[in-house]
Ligand binder design. Structure first.
Ligand code: MN
Length: 167
C-alpha cells in the first residue's frame, strides 16, 4: 500500500458560498496565474490544476474569474468540456453568447472562439477538462475581431455591455 493518500484526500475545497457570490479554492492545490504569458489579454483570472496524472490523457482544471474579469478570447484545435461551478457570468462560444450559472455545461469544440466573463458583482468559477497534450491557443486578428463584431450580441459581450442583465 502506498504511503501517500490519494489526491482526493489531500485537497479540500473551501468557499463560503460557491453557488452564489463567493469563490472556491482547493486549499491543497497550488493557486496559479491564469497564463504564463503575460502578454495575452485577460483580466483577474486564477487557475488550479486539480488533476494532472500520467495515467490520464487529460487535465482537469478549475478557473476563477473575479467580478468584472474575463478569460482570453481564443481558439485552438483542442476542445474543452466545461462545468460552471461558482458565481455567474456569460460565455461566448462560436457565435452564441449565453448567461451561465453553476452546473451549466459548456461544450467548446475545436477551433471555436470562446471567452468567459464574470458578472460585475460576482466571480465566475468553472471546471475545464482538456487534453494533456494540446496545441497553443491562437488570438483573434483584427479581421477576426471585425467579423465577430458584426454580430451585435457578440460586440456587446466583447465590450462588457449587458452584464447587468445576468441572473
Ligand atoms: Mn481555450
Amino acid at each position: 500500500m502506498s504511503d501517500r493518500p490519494p489526491p482526493a484526500f489531500r485537497a479540500a475545497a473551501t468557499g463560503a458560498d460557491p453557488l452564489a457570490r463567493g469563490g472556491l479554492r482547493w486549499s491543497a492545490v497550488p493557486l496559479l496565474a491564469y497564463k504564463e504569458d503575460e502578454t495575452t489579454p485577460f483580466r483577474a483570472v486564477t487557475r488550479q490544476v486539480l488533476f494532472h496524472t500520467p495515467e490520464l490523457a487529460a487535465e482537469w482544471r478549475y478557473f476563477e474569474v473575479a467580478p468584472g474579469g474575463y478569460s482570453t478570447l481564443e481558439r485552438h484545435e483542442h476542445a474543452h468540456a466545461v462545468m460552471i461551478l461558482s458565481g455567474r457570468g456569460r460565455a461566448l462560444v462560436g457565435d452564441a453568447v449565453a448567461e451561465v450559472r453553476p452546473f451549466d455545461l459548456v461544450s467548446i469544440p475545436g477551433w471555436t472562439w470562446h471567452q468567459f466573463r464574470a458578472a460585475p458583482d460576482a466571480p465566475l468559477g468553472f471546471l475545464c477538462l482538456v487534453n494533456a497534450v494540446r496545441d497553443k491557443p491562437l488570438l483573434p486578428s483584427a479581421a477576426d475581431l471585425a467579423t465577430l463584431r458584426r454580430n451585435p450580441g457578440i460586440a456587446a459581450f466583447l465590450d462588457g455591455r449587458g452584464d447587468g442583465d445576468c441572473g
